[in-house]
Design a protein around this ligand. Structure first.
Ligand code: COA
Length: 257
C-alpha cells in the first residue's frame, strides 16, 4: 500500500489516508487501496471497529484528486469502482465505522466521512462540498447523504454556495456528533468505539442495517426490516448471553453468534 496506512490496536483498526503533500486528496489508486484494506479487515474477526482518518493535523481528505478529475470524461462517471460505489460499500460495511476527522473534510473527503456511521471531528476541522466551484456536483453520495443528515435546506445551502463550515457548525446541524481538541481526538474516538464494541457484534450489524435501509424506504418497509432484524437477533446466542448476563449481574461475553 502506498497511500493507505493500516494499523491495529486491540480490536480497533485505523485506516489512514496518507497523501499529506496534497492534503490527502483521494486519487484512484488511494480509493482502490482503501477498498482493499476494508475488504481485508472485514475478514479479520478480531477487528470490531474501523476508524478512518487522514495523515497529519491539516486534512482528513481534501476531496477527489483534482488533477485526475480534470481528465474525466462523461463515460467515467458510469465505470465501476467509482468513489460513489466505494462509499456505498462503506455505508453498508458489516463492522461499525468512525470517521476521525482531523482537519479539512472537503468534497470526496466530506463524502467519505458521511459514508461512515459516526463522525468525530477536531475543533479546527472544516467541512464542505465545494464541487460546484469546479462546475461538477458532489457525486460520491454527497447530494444524498448530506440531505439525509442535515435536511434539504442546509444541504442545498452548503452545496450551492460551496462554503466551508466549522466543526461547531457541523455539530449544530448534525453533520458530526462529537468534537474534540486535536490532542484529544483519538481518545474521544476510542471512547466511542469502545462503547460500540462492548455490544454484541450481530446487534451492531443489524442496528446499522435497520437504520440505514430504513432511512431509504417508507415507514412500513422500515418497520418490517426492523422486525426481521430483531427476529434474527432473538435466535442468536449473543441475545441469550446478553439477557442472562444482565439477570446474573455480570458483564456479557459476546461471541458474534
Ligand atoms: N486534489 C489535488 N491536489 C490537491 C487537492 C485536491 N483535491 N487539494 C489540495 N491539493 C494540493 C494543492 O494543489 C497543493 O499542491 P502544490 O503544493 O503542488 O501546490 C497542495 O495540495 C497543498 O494545497 P494548498 O491549497 O496549498 O493548501 P492549503 O492548506 O492552503 O488549503 C485546502 C487546503 C484543502 C483548503 C485547499 O487545498 C483546497 O481547497 N483543496 C481543494 C478542495 C476541493 O475543491 N475538493 C473537492 C474536489 S472535488
Amino acid at each position: 500500500m502506498e497511500n493507505i496506512v493500516f494499523t491495529q490496536e486491540d480490536q480497533l483498526a485505523y485506516v489512514t489516508v496518507s497523501r499529506p503533500d496534497v492534503r490527502n486528496a483521494l486519487n484512484k489508486e488511494t480509493l482502490i487501496e482503501l477498498k482493499q484494506t476494508l475488504e481485508k479487515l472485514e475478514e479479520m474477526d478480531e477487528v470490531k471497529c474501523v476508524i478512518i482518518t487522514g495523515e497529519g493535523e491539516k486534512s482528513f481528505a481534501a476531496g477527489a484528486d483534482i488533477s485526475q478529475l480534470e481528465k474525466k470524461t462523461m463515460y467515467d462517471a458510469f465505470k465501476s469502482g467509482s468513489m460513489q460505489e466505494i462509499y456505498d460499500y462503506i455505508e453498508g460495511y458489516t463492522k461499525p465505522t468512525i470517521a476521525m476527522v482531523n482537519g479539512y473534510a472537503l468534497g470526496g473527503g466530506c463524502e467519505l466521512a458521511m459514508a461512515c456511521d459516526i463522525r468525530v471531528a477536531a475543533t479546527h476541522a472544516k467541512f464542505g462540498l465545494p464541487e460546484l466551484n469546479l462546475s461538477i456536483i458532489p457525486g460520491a453520495g454527497g447530494t444524498q447523504r448530506l440531505t439525509r443528515l442535515v435536511g434539504r435546506g442546509k444541504a442545498l445551502e452548503m452545496i450551492l454556495t460551496g462554503k466551508l463550515i466549522s466543526s461547531e457548525e457541523a455539530a449544530a446541524i448534525g453533520l458530526i456528533t462529537e468534537m474534540a481538541e486535536i490532542s484529544n481526538l483519538k481518545e474521544k474516538t476510542v471512547e466511542i468505539a469502545e462503547q460500540i464494541i462492548s455490544k454484541g457484534p450481530m446487534a451492531v450489524m443489524m442496528a446499522k442495517l435497520a437504520v440505514n435501509m430504513g432511512a431509504d424506504t417508507d415507514m412500513k418497509t422500515g418497520l418490517l426490516i426492523e422486525k426481521l432484524s430483531q427476529a434474527i437477533l432473538f435466535a442468536s446466542e449473543d441475545k441469550n448471553e446478553g439477557t442472562r448476563a444482565f439477570l446474573e449481574k455480570r458483564k456479557p461475553v459476546f461471541q458474534g453468534k
